[in-house]
Ligand binder design. Structure first.
Ligand code: RFL
Ligand code: PHB
Length: 390
């Protein structure tokens, strides 16, 4: 098979890139290790920046989002038992975020891809990438026991943190930077009304908590937990009691509990691989970088990488210019590092660290107290939360 761009991975970054390239008349094929049901069963992020919504519009997949998504003008930060509102809209001159699950974004993109008749090969095993230093790279995969080859101009590695793309380049060509946090997030999805109409990020002596949502009837909650915890140790009752114990009195009283429909523990990590281009292989999304979820930036960063990459490829095919391709890694990484900084900062301010003592806890409280009483500090948070410009 021959195509212009072979995309490895049908997560949000691979699917969004594929859809935009199709709009630009650039032929592409996606190779995905899992099956479509598995891809759609993953429950992950829920907060979209305006830049990402704009790209979904450009890709022609925002109709359902505009009907069902929830616009959010603010968030709340709770500490020392009190909640404080950060008015994102006023602080940023009118910018807001949109609450719409990553699962729904993925579903919309998958449906558009199949409606356009574009090729996605699911259950593609043993994907391997070859000849990225020449002008005719190849991607091989095994399907139903038979090995196939896709010959292309470029390979987009959109295959997440554990994917094959980053691992295909010699270790000496990649520089990685990493922080692993000494705790995880236990997340629960339930068909219950959200405790509040805005997200609440909670700093509490017992650990961080987050109240989020997917719709007016579906809530998503998280509590910080030890990395050694097994999700089987967390009954629904234990989860709801722990969450309640970390909320302010009003929220604890209002919280509606119910059976969980998904429950999982995710580790928290900051990670960046540099550069994001190796010859004719580009990395995008989680394949190149991971942020802890505290700043709600993982999915949005995947979209901003796709923004730079889709434009670079459009320039290459439309104007026969290499400039965008040559600048891709540097442009993407500038924005990546700012989101890394913000996510690290949010994580540091809101979680209990195992080695934290009285001094570090008082510094944390002082920082949050400063934040919610300073227009300048709240503006800095709001600007980053709604998303820095592309
Ligand atoms: P994805 O979504 O991981 O998609 C990668 C796709 O590549 C496939 N794949 C392969 N295909 C072929 N061959 C191989 N060798 C392959 N290896 C992997 C995978 O099956 C998959 O379909 O990466 P992408 O597209 O870059 O999107 C990034 C986002 O998914 C990610 O940044 C966020 O979901 C991160 N994240 C969260 N972000 C938030 O902003 N808020 C959250 O609450 C939040 N929760 C999470 C998360 C990520 C998690 N991960 C990665 C385990 C919770 C979890 C559990
Ligand atoms: C979510 O709704 O899953 C969510 C929202 C905000 C975050 C992280 C996760 O910062």
């Amino acid at each position: 098979m021959r195509t212009q761009v072979a995309i490895v991975g049908a997560g949000p970054s691979g699917l969004l890139l594929g859809q935009l390239l199709h709009k630009y008349g650039i032929d592409n094929v996606i190779l995905e290790r899992k099956d479509p049901d598995y891809v759609l069963s993953r429950i992950r992020a829920g907060v979209l920046e305006q830049g990402m919504v704009n790209m979904l519009e450009e890709a022609g997949v925002a109709q359902r989002l505009h009907q069902e998504a929830l616009p959010h003008d603010g968030i709340e930060i709770a500490f020392s038992g009190k909640r404080h509102r950060i008015d994102l809209k006023t602080l940023t001159g009118g910018k807001i975020v949109t609450v719409y699950g990553q699962t729904e974004v993925t579903r919309d993109l998958m449906e558009a891809r199949s409606a356009a008749g574009l090729t996605t090969i699911y259950d593609a095993a043993d994907v391997s990438i070859h000849d990225i230093d020449g002008t005719s790279p190849k991607v091989r995969y095994v399907k139903d026991g038979v090995t196939h080859e896709v010959v292309c101009d470029f390979v987009a590695g959109c295959d997440g943190y554990h994917g094959v793309s980053r691992q295909s380049v010699p270790q000496s060509a990649v520089q990685t930077y990493e922080r692993i946090y000494p705790f995880g997030w236990l997340g629960v999805l339930s068909d219950t009304p959200p405790v509040s109409h805005e997200l609440i990020y909670v700093n509490h002596d017992r650990g961080f908590a987050l109240c989020s949502m997917r719709s007016a009837h579906r809530s998503r909650y998280y509590v910080q937990c030890p990395l050694t915890d097994d999700v089987a140790e967390w009954s629904d009752e234990r989860f709801w009691n722990e969450l309640k114990s970390r909320l302010d009195d009003e929220a604890a009283h209002k919280l509606v509990t119910g059976p969980s429909i998904e429950k999982s523990i995710a580790p928290l990590r900051s990670f960046v691989a540099e550069p994001m281009r190796f010859g004719r292989l580009f990395l995008a999304g989680d394949a190149a970088h991971i942020v802890p979820p505290t700043g709600a930036k993982g999915l949005n960063l995947a979209a901003s990488d796709v923004y730079y990459l889709s434009r670079a490829l459009r320039e290459y095919y439309g104007e026969k210019s290499q400039a965008g391709i040559d600048a891709y890694s540097a442009n993407a990484l500038r924005r990546v590092w700012k989101a890394e900084r913000f996510s690290w900062w949010m994580t540091t301010q809101l979680h209990r660290f195992p080695d934290s003592d009285g001094f570090s806890q008082r510094i944390q409280t002082a920082e949050l107290d400063y934040l919610v009483n300073s227009q300048a500090a709240m503006t800095a948070l709001a600007e980053n939360y709604v998303g820095l410009p592309y």
